[in-house]
Design a protein around this ligand. Sequence first.
Ligand SMILES: CC(=O)N[C@H]1[C@@H](OP(=O)(O)OP(=O)(O)OC[C@H]2O[C@@H](n3ccc(=O)[nH]c3=O)[C@H](O)[C@@H]2O)O[C@H](CO)[C@@H](O)[C@@H]1O
Ligand SMILES: C=C(OP(=O)(O)O)C(=O)O
Length: 421
Amino acid sequence: MEYLKIVGQNEISGSVEISGAKNAALPLIACTILAKGEITIKNLPNVVDINTFLKLIDKLGGTYSKEERCVKIDTSSMNSTTATYDIVKTMRASILVLGPILARFGHCEVSLPGGCAIGQRPVDLHLKALEQMGAIIEIEHGYIKATAPNGLKGAKVVFDKVTVGGTENTVMAAALAEGTTTIINAAKEPEIVQLCEVIRDAGVKIEGIGTSKIIIEGTNKQLLDIKEFSVIPDRIEAGTYMCAAAIMNKKLKIDKVIPLHLEAVISKLEEMNFEVLQDETSVTIMPTDEIKPVNIITTEYPGFPTDMQAQFMALATQANGTSTIDERLFENRFMHVSELLRLGADIHLNGNIATINGKSGTLNGTDVMATDLRASSALVLAALVAKGETNIHRIYHLDRGYENLEGKLSLIGADVKRFTE
Ligand SMILES: CC(=O)N[C@H]1[C@@H](OP(=O)(O)OP(=O)(O)OC[C@H]2O[C@@H](n3ccc(=O)[nH]c3=O)[C@H](O)[C@@H]2O)O[C@H](CO)[C@@H](O)[C@@H]1O
Ligand SMILES: C=C(OP(=O)(O)O)C(=O)O
C-alpha cells in the first residue's frame, strides 16, 4: 500500500492550479447515458473516482477514449442495465446511473451502496423520487431493482431533505420522462447547476436552475444531443489549498477557480483574519498577524460545505483560541479527530460538535491513517505545519478526489513524497 511522507514546516509560496471538479464530473459522466452520440468532456480531473465511473460505463456496454484531461464517451452501444457490486462498493456515486438508465431503458439494477466512513448515507430519497415518477422499486439480494414498464412520467417531487445525489438522479430521470417534473427543495450546488445547464443546452426545457425549485420538461425517451463541455473547477480542491496557505500562514494564489463558488469558505477565512484577494479566476490568501478562532456549521450550498469541514478543523488547531465545528450533514464525519489528536491537537467531541482549542506550533509529526477523502486532506494540511515527519497511510482515499496532490504541493515548496510500504 502507498503512503505519503511529509516533512513539515517547509515554506510554501507561489500559485497552484485547480483541476476540474470530481463531484461535477461524476454526474456529468452519468448523464452521457441520456445522450445519443459521442460526447466530449474537457477539464476532467485525473482522479481514481473518474476512472472508476468510466469503468462502469464500459461495463454497461458504452465506450470511451480518454486522453490526459479529456474524455469522449459514447453510450449508444449500451447493452447492460446492471451496476454490479464490484464497482458500486468502491464508489457511492455509482448510484447516479440509476435515474438515467431507468429513464432510457425502463429498468435498472444497481447494487445498494454500502455504508461508508462518513455516515449511513441512505438512498431512500432517490428511490422515493423515482417511485413518484412511476417506477416500481424492490430491493432484492442487495440490489435496487427498478422498473418503469410504461416509462417514467413527470411528477411533483418534494424532497424531505436537501440531497445532492437525489436531485441529480431526479433531474436526469426527468429529462427523458414523459411530461413535466417539478422538484421542490432541490439542492443548489454548482455541480447541479452545471448538470442542468448541460441538459438544457441539449434542448431540454429546464427552469429554476440553481434554485430550490427545478422544473424539467421531459423528452419522452428521445435521447439528447449533448454538446462538448468543460467541467467546472473543483471548489473543494480549491478550498483545501486555501486552507494549506492559511495553515502555513503564507501568501498563495489559487488559480483557475470560480470565486463565487467559494464564498462560504472565503467568508470563514476572513473571519479567521485572513485577507482573501479575488479576481475573476483566482483567489489569493494573504498571511495574517493572528489566526483567529472560528465557529462553523456545515450546511447545504451556498452555506459552508461539509466537504471542507475536516480541512478547517486542521486549520483551527493553529488558531489563537477555541473554535467549534457543528457537522449537520453526516453523522460520522469526525474520523479525522482521532488522527489529529495523534499529531498533538487539542480537540473535544460532543455528538456532532467538535471543539478545537487552537495554538500555533502544537502539532508534531507521527504516523496517521487516512479514513475518508476529506479526512485525508485534513491530515495532509496538519502534516504541512507539524514539526518533523508525518507518514499518512491508506492514501487511496486521497487519490479518489485529489489530482496529483503531492506534485501540486511540491511545486509550491512542500516536502511531500509517496512511498510503497
Ligand atoms: C459525489 C458527490 O457529489 N458527493 C457529495 C454529495 O454526496 P451525496 O449526494 O451522497 O449527499 P446528499 O446531499 O445526498 O446527502 C445529504 C444528506 O441527506 C441524507 N440522504 C441523502 C439521500 C437519501 O436518499 N437519503 C438521505 O437521508 C444523507 O445521509 C445526508 O445526511 O453531497 C454531499 C453533501 O454536500 C457531499 O459531502 C459529497 O461530497
Ligand atoms: C464525500 C465525498 O465524496 P463521495 O460522495 O463520492 O463519497 C467528497 O467528495 O468529499
